[in-house]
Design a protein around this ligand. Structure first.
Ligand SMILES: *Cc1c(COP(=O)(O)O)cnc(C)c1O
Length: 715
C-alpha cells in the first residue's frame, strides 16, 4: 500500500529535466542552481581556522586544522601538501569529501584505511595536489548503547528533517567554507582548485559545485551516479542525508550533474557496487553525457569493475588534466562577494523558513488578506511608529488615504521639492494642486522659512507633507510643525524612508496627524509591497480602515459611503513583513554601526564629505549620504560608472537626482504660472550627493573596498 504510494511519488517527471540543446542549457542550468540554492538553505558562514598544527608525515606537509564556524561550532580538518611544496609557487588543490562512513584520519592516511582506496586525500597529495578534508561530523560521536545498532547518519538526517533543514545543505555549507579556506591557503593557486567526492561526499561535492561562485570548478564524483527513483524506490539504497528534500519535483540526479556542463566532470561508478544498479547508473551517466555533448563538452565517465569505491588513479589523472599550469588567459574565478551591490535584500535561512511557514499557514487557513498576519504586522510596527497603525497596500496608498481623509481636493498641498514622485502624486490623485517648497541642508527637511512663504502664498493649503529624506527627521521639523499649527493646517509625514528614525527620541511618523510608511523592497523594512499609516487618533485610524477597504461604511458592511479603493495588504505580504519587523531592531543597530564605520573610513578620503546628521536626529541610515567635492573634476554618472567598472562597487540610488518640479508631469504645470522656486538648496543637494551602499549584510571588508574605490577615483 505505502510502497505503491512511494512508487507514485517518485514517478513524477521533474520540472527541470535537463536540456538536451545548447540553447536551453544556460537558462536551465541557472534554474537548477537557483532551486538547489533555495532547497539547500545553506547557511553560509565563513570558516575560521582556530588552530593549526603543522608537521611532516612520510614526506607530506601535514596541517591539522581546527575550524570554527558560527553555524556548526568547531570541527577538524586536515590539509596535506605534496613533498617539497613549501616554499614554492602555489600549486593546484582539491577539496576531498569522503563518504558517510569515511573517517578523516583514514581519508588522509593518518591511520591505515579500512578500504584500499579510502585514503584519497593522501593519494592525491602524493600525486601533486594540496588537499583539504574535514570531518563531516557523522559517525563516532553518538553513544553506542543509546544508538542501539541504528545508523548514526540516518538519525542525524532525521533530526535535520525534523527542524526543516537538510543534512546535505549543512554539509554543503561546510564544504563551501572549506573551499574558500583551501583557495586562500598560501600553498594553493586559487585558480587551480577542484572538488572530489565519494558517495555522500560526491553528493556534497556536486551541490558545492552547483552553489560555489567558482563556476567551472572541476568535479570528480565517485560511486554516486544513478537516478533518484531507482536509488530510493527500486534499490532502497538511497541515503536521505544525500538529497535535498523536494529536489525531485525539479531535477533528478543526472539533471544536477548536467547543470554543471561544460565544467570538467568525471563520474566513476562500480559495476559491482551493491548500492547501485549498473543499468540505472549507465543510463544516468548517458543522460549526463548527452547534456554535456549538447554544449559541445565531454563528461568523462568510467564504469569500472569495482564495488562502492574510488579509482584514485583516474581521479588523479583527471585533476592533472583539468588543473594544469594556469595560463595567462585563465581568468581567476571571481572571489566570493567580488561585487559590492547597491543593495542586498537578505533573509537568513531561518527567516525564510519563518516566512514560508506563515505563508503556508495563510494558505492552509484560506485567509489570504486582512487576517491575523496583517494584525500582527500592525502590532509589530507599533513600537517604531509611536502611534497605532493600519496596514495598507503601499506607501503611496498610505499617503493617498491620509490625504483623502483630510480632504484636499481642489486645494493646495505643499510638498518638498526634493522627494520621491509618489509623495506629490498621492496628493494629485487625491485631487489637490501640488506646490513645492525648498529644503534646508542641515536635516534635508522642508525649509521652515520657505514653507511659511508658501503658506502665505497659498492660504487654501489643506495639508503639508514633510519627508524624512534618507531616514533623517530634521530638527527643522519642529518649526515646520509650528507654522502648520499656527494656520491650522494638518501635517502628513511621508516617513517612507524613516521607519525607526527619531527626532529627540520621538519616532518618525508620530509628529503629524498621520504618518505614512512604505515596505517596498528598497526600504529599511520590507514586505514585498506594503505600507502603513499611523495616527494618534483612533477615529482617524478607523477612517483609514474604511478607505483601504473600498470605502465600506463599516467593517463587513455592504454599504459604501466614500470612494475608497482596494488598498489592503495581503496576508502573504504581511508574512514577509512580520518576519522583517521581528528582526528590525537588529537591522537598525546594524545600519547605525555600518554608518559609524563609514564615518571613520571616510575621514581618510579627501574629496568626499559625509553628510553630518544633526545631533538631535536618530537616523536609521536608510541612506548614507556623501557630498562630492564641488570642485572635483568628476561628474556623478562618470564616478558611478568607474566605481562599478573598475572596482565592482555600485552606489545606491540618490534621494533624489531630479527635483519634482523638473519631472515632465510637473514641469508642464509650472509653465501655467505655478512657477515657484528657484529651489537653490534642493538643486545643490540633488547635484552634489551620492549614496553609498549600506545594508545589514554589508561587511567591513566591503566597506573598506568602497572607501578605497572612492579614494582611488577621487583626486
Ligand atoms: C518609496 C516611497 C514612497 C512610495 O512607497 P511605495 O510603497 O512604493 O508606494 C513614497 N514616498 C517616498 C519618499 C518614498 O521613498
Amino acid at each position: 500500500m505505502q510502497l505503491r504510494h512511494l512508487q507514485r511519488l517518485l514517478a513524477a517527471e521533474p520540472a527541470l529535466r535537463h536540456a538536451k540543446s545548447a540553447d536551453e542549457h544556460a537558462a536551465r542550468s541557472r534554474r537548477v542552481r537557483a532551486v538547489v540554492e533555495r532547497l539547500a538553505r545553506v547557511e553560509r558562514a565563513p570558516l575560521v581556522i582556530a588552530e593549526s598544527t603543522v608537521s611532516a608525515r612520510d614526506g607530506l606537509h601535514h596541517e591539522r586544522l581546527l575550524f570554527e564556524s558560527p553555524v556548526r561550532g568547531s570541527f577538524h580538518g586536515t590539509l596535506l601538501a605534496p613533498p617539497d611544496t613549501a616554499p614554492g609557487p602555489p600549486g593546484p588543490a582539491v577539496l576531498v569529501l569522503g563518504g558517510k562512513n569515511a573517517r578523516l584520519d583514514q581519508l588522509t592516511g593518518d591511520v591505515p584505511p579500512d578500504h584500499p582506496d579510502r585514503n584519497v586525500a593522501e593519494h592525491l597529495a602524493r600525486a601533486g595536489f594540496v588537499t583539504l578534508s574535514f570531518d563531516h561530523g557523522i559517525g563516532g560521536a553518538m553513544d553506542a548503547a543509546r544508538r542501539a545498532g541504528r545508523d548514526e547518519g540516518a538519525l542525524l538526517a532525521h533530526a535535520f528533517a525534523l527542524t526543516g533543514r537538510s543534512l546535505l545543505g549543512a554539509l554543503t555549507g561546510d564544504a563551501l567554507g572549506a573551499l574558500d579556506v583551501l583557495a586562500a591557503h598560501p600553498l594553493v593557486d586559487a585558480r587551480r582548485v577542484g572538488l572530489f567526492g565519494h558517495s555522500l561526499g560526491a553528493a556534497v561535492a556536486l551541490h558545492t559545485a552547483l552553489l560555489t561562485e567558482r563556476r567551472g570548478i572541476p568535479l570528480c564524483a565517485a560511486s554516486h551516479v544513478g537516478s533518484y527513483p531507482a536509488l530510493y524506490e527500486r534499490l532502497l539504497t538511497g541515503y536521505e542525508g544525500a538529497v535535498l528534500p523536494g529536489i525531485l519535483e525539479y531535477a533528478d540526479l543526472p539533471d544536477l550533474y548536467g547543470a554543471l556542463a561544460p565544467a570538467p566532470l568525471q563520474l566513476q561508478y562500480g559495476t559491482a557496487d551493491s548500492y547501485l544498479e549498473p543499468a540505472d547508473a549507465r543510463a544516468a551517466a548517458d543522460s549526463v553525457r548527452e547534456t554535456y555533448a549538447a554544449v559541445g563538452a565531454e563528461a568523462e565517465i568510467h564504469g569500472l569493475p569495482m564495488g562502492h569505491g574510488t579509482h584514485v588513479g583516474h581521479a588523479a589523472d583527471f585533476f592533472t588534466r583539468t588543473l594544469p599550469e594556469p595560463t595567462l588567459s585563465a581568468a581567476p574565478p571571481p572571489a566570493a562577494g567580488a561585487e559590492v551591490p547597491a543593495q542586498r535584500i537578505h533573509f537568513e535561512v531561518s527567516d525564510r523558513r519563518a516566512v514560508l511557514d506563515r505563508v503556508d499557514a495563510a494558505l492552509a487557513s484560506g485567509i489570504l488578506t486582512q487576517g491575523p498576519q496583517v494584525a500582527r504586522f500592525e502590532e509589530l510596527a507599533r513600537p517604531w511608529t509611536g502611534a497605532d497603525t493600519a496596514a495598507v497596500a503601499s506607501g503611496s496608498a498610505a499617503l493617498e488615504i491620509a490625504l483623502r481623509i483630510i480632504g484636499v481636493a481642489e486645494r493646495t498641498v505643499l510638498v518638498p521639492v526634493n522627494t520621491f514622485f509618489a509623495t506629490a502624486a498621492a496628493a494629485v490623485r487625491a485631487g489637490a494642486a501640488v506646490r513645492f517648497v525648498d529644503i534646508e541642508l542641515d536635516g534635508l527637511g522642508m525649509d521652515p522659512d520657505a514653507l511659511r512663504a508658501a503658506l502665505d502664498r497659498h492660504p487654501d493649503t489643506a495639508a503639508v507633507l514633510p519627508v524624512h529624506i534618507g531616514g533623517i527627521v530634521s530638527p527643522a521639523l519642529e518649526e515646520v510643525l509650528a507654522h502648520c499649527r499656527d494656520r491650522g493646517v494638518p501635517v502628513v509625514e511621508d516617513a517612507a524612508h524613516a521607519l525607526g528614525a527619531t527626532l529627540d527620541g520621538r519616532p518618525a511618523g508620530s509628529f503629524g496627524r498621520f504618518g505614512a510608511f512604505s515596505f517596498f523592497p528598497t526600504k529599511v523594512a520590507v514586505s514585498g509591497e506594503g505600507g502603513l499609516v499611523c495616527a494618534p487618533s483612533a477615529d482617524d485610524l478607523e477612517q483609514v480602515r474604511r478607505w483601504r477597504d473600498h470605502g465600506k461604511s463599516a467593517q463587513g458592511s455592504t454599504l459604501h459611503d466614500r470612494p475608497g479603493g482596494n488598498w489592503r495588504l495581503s496576508e502573504l505580504h504581511a508574512a514577509v513583513g512580520t518576519v522583517d519587523l521581528e528582526r528590525f531592531s537588529g537591522t537598525l543597530a546594524a545600519r547605525r554601526a555600518l554608518a559609524a564605520r563609514y564615518d571613520a573610513l571616510l575621514a581618510e578620503v579627501p574629496g568626499v564629505r559625509p553628510h553630518t546628521v544633526p545631533e538631535a536626529a536618530g537616523s536609521n541610515f536608510y541612506k548614507y549620504l556623501v557630498y562630492l567635492d564641488p570642485d572635483g573634476p568628476l561628474d556623478r554618472p562618470l564616478l558611478k560608472k568607474r566605481l562599478r567598472e573598475r572596482h565592482g562597487v555600485s552606489l545606491a540610488g540618490e534621494v533624489y537626482d531630479h527635483l519634482l518640479c523638473d519631472h515632465p508631469h510637473f514641469a508642464s504645470q509650472r509653465q501655467q504660472g505655478a512657477g515657484e522656486g528657484p529651489f537653490e538648496r534642493a538643486r545643490w543637494f540633488a547635484r552634489h550627493h551620492v549614496a553609498l551602499p549600506l545594508y545589514p549584510s554589508l561587511t567591513e571588508a566591503e566597506q573598506i573596498r568602497v572607501a578605497a574605490a572612492l579614494r582611488s577615483e577621487l583626486p
